[in-house]
Design a protein around this ligand. Structure first.
Ligand code: PEP
Ligand code: MG
Length: 567
């Protein structure tokens, strides 16, 4: 536990603040996962019929609880819960578990575990949609076993009041169920600043602290009141009345963005949104985004076992482009692999997928997938009024930049560029811009590659900071490489959503910042408080620092508006 005496006399704990906001509430801990019950047989005193009946009753209880939670949930979360409730009601699982109790005399929890495992394996062997359902079977299995063994129910707790969720980490299925009206903040012991849990927290606007470590989360007990500062990564246990009042005050201030990103002296900075589908594009347009700086096309197809048809792709792309008539939409070609595998494009047996055949590199094996995507994109552009800019992820060599941009132009796409997320691309930027019309820096990957630190690992979170001077120097090299030809360089990694870092990036020469739509008002407000010269001065200040925390603290100290806005 780290003390932060400047804040208050109440106990404070520290983690990594990944989603801004100050909020208080009671703590609810996520129950640990259910572990596999041992192979045990029923003692002679136990009645086999009664044990079989217990399995049926437990399945019914699980079904009812899931239906109740579904009734209170919205959107994707509701669908997910309804599907899981149906699975709990399916008699296949209960009857095969009951058969194991009768035939092998197994204890019910072991019988349910084994029956669910064979059902899940069977579904997986069918592939596609059915294979996806195997995860639901495992979820139902854990819930039934929890009832049978009288253990806490796994997953997100369901409480009548809003609460602060404390967990080891959140699985993608858990995060889909997060309801921002119920979960007002969360704290995890694992996870880093660019893990998908962190990205999702920012997208949902839920203040979050990750990578706090077990020693910290263990001190957060069910029902106790805590104050979470998602900007600073500070957790205050038992906050004072004054601290609670400040949190309420900040929460009541609503800031808006009006599509006019600029510095105080009127130097335009395009503030764009990161989107993954038509719905997020529409809400980004409503939030005032000046366009899209990163459309993660792979998000449209994550659950597809086979390559989507050109028609399906055209429909998905039109859905996003239509939200921004007359505006720029930067479309990234499929970034498959590592933490975002696409079954039809990536090899799940690779030992080191982050360094493997991912992103643009998949064209080495399946060039036609990129060709189809570019064809679909050109068709979608023709059907809408958006200005499509296309870029490829993970470009590592000048040859790749040339091959990609030549190919994209051959489909009639006019503005063709690349992502800079491999250090080699930043170092070779001047030569890259002989081919690329623009570049967007993916700071999430650039940081993980330059620091050689897996972006998903909590224990390496300090290395994975985009404030690392080595990362800032590479961004400067990229901007300097673009300057002679006046090519625009944007940033679309999570760094763009940090209002203090945004100022530094603009000072380094970055022309546009793309982020989750929720971060637009904060970044806008801070940018409007500084002139271009001040941005340059703060960029120099950060570049001059020897280490990340020093750079962050030095820049923040020069931006008093951050404190005023609670950022
Ligand atoms: C990045 O790497 O910074 C980026 C924007 O891409 P993704 O997070 O999708 O890898
Ligand atoms: Mg990336």
């Amino acid at each position: 536990m780290t003390q932060a005496p400047e804040l208050s006399s109440t106990p404070t704990l520290h983690g990594i603040g990944v989603s801004p906001g100050l909020v208080a509430g009671p703590i609810a801990r996520m129950a640990p996962g259910i572990s596999e019950p041992a192979v045990k047989t029923l003692s002679e005193s136990r009645d086999v019929d009664k044990e079989c009946e217990r399995i049926a009753l437990a399945a019914q209880t699980v079904k009812k609880n899931l239906e109740l939670s579904a009734a209170q949930a919205h959107g994707e979360g509701r669908t997910l819960l309804e599907t899981t409730a149906q699975m709990a009601a399916d008699p296949t699982l209960t009857s095969s578990a009951q058969a194991m109790v009768r035939e092998r005399n197994l204890v019910p929890e072991r019988a349910v575990w084994e029956a669910a495992d064979s059902l899940a394996q069977m579904l997986e062997s069918l592939g596609g949609y059915m294979a996806e359902r195997s995860r639901d079977v495992q979820d139902v299995r854990d819930r039934i076993v929890a009832v049978l063994t009288d253990s806490p129910m796994p997953g997100i707790p369901s409480l009548p009041e809003p609460f602060i969720l404390v967990a080891e980490d959140l699985a993608p299925a858990d995060t889909a169920l997060l309801d921002p009206d119920k979960v007002v903040a969360f704290v995890t012991s694992e996870g880093g600043p660019t893990s998908h849990t962190a990205i999702l927290a920012r997208a949902l606007g839920i203040p979050a602290v990750v990578g706090a470590g077990e020693a910290v989360t263990e001190q957060m007990r069910d029902g106790d009141i805590a104050l979470i500062d998602g900007t600073k990564g500070v957790i205050t246990l038992d906050p004072s009345e004054d601290q609670l009042r400040k949190a309420r005050e900040l929460a009541s201030r609503v800031r808006e963005f009006h599509g006019d990103g600029a510095t105080k002296d009127g130097h335009e900075v395009q503030l764009l949104a990161n989107v993954g589908d038509a719905a997020s594009a529409r809400s980004a347009a409503e939030a005032g985004a000046m366009g899209v700086g990163l459309f993660r096309t792979e998000f449209c197809f994550l659950d597809q076992p086979t390559e989507p048809s050109i028609e399906d792709q055209v429909t998905a792309y039109i859905g996003v482009l239509e939200a921004f008539p007359g505006k720029k939409v930067v479309v990234r070609t499929l970034d498959a692999g590592a933490d975002k595998p696409l079954p039809f494009l990536t090899d799940s047996t690779e030992i080191n997928p982050a360094l493997g055949v991912r992103a643009y590199r998949t064209t080495r094996r399946d060039p036609e997938v990129l060709a189809h995507q570019l064809e679909a994109l050109a068709k979608a552009e023709a059907a809408t009024e958006a200005h499509v800019w296309v870029m490829a992820p993970m470009i590592s060599t000048v040859e790749e930049a040339q091959a990609f941009t030549d190919l994209a132009r051959s489909y009639g796409l006019k503005t063709c560029g690349m992502m800079i997320e491999v250090p080699s691309a930043a170092l070779m930027a001047d030569r890259m811009f002989e081919h690329a019309d623009f570049a967007s820096v993916g700071t999430n990957d650039l940081t993980q590659y330059v620091m050689a630190a897996d972006r998903l690992l909590g224990p390496l979170a300090d290395l994975n900071s985009p404030w690392q001077p080595a990362v800032l120097r590479l961004i400067k090299t990229a901007c300097d490489g673009a300057a002679p030809k006046s090519r625009p360089v944007g940033v679309c990694g999570e760094a763009a959503a940090d209002p203090a870092l945004a100022v530094v990036l603009v000072g380094l020469g970055v022309a546009s910042l793309s982020m989750t739509a929720r971060a637009l008002p904060d970044v806008d407000a801070v940018l409007k408080s500084v002139t271009m010269d001040e941005c340059k001065r703060l960029a120099d200040l950060a570049l001059d620092c020897a280490y990340a925390e020093q750079a962050r603290a030095a820049v923040r100290a020069e931006l008093p508006i951050l404190e005023e806005l609670g950022l």
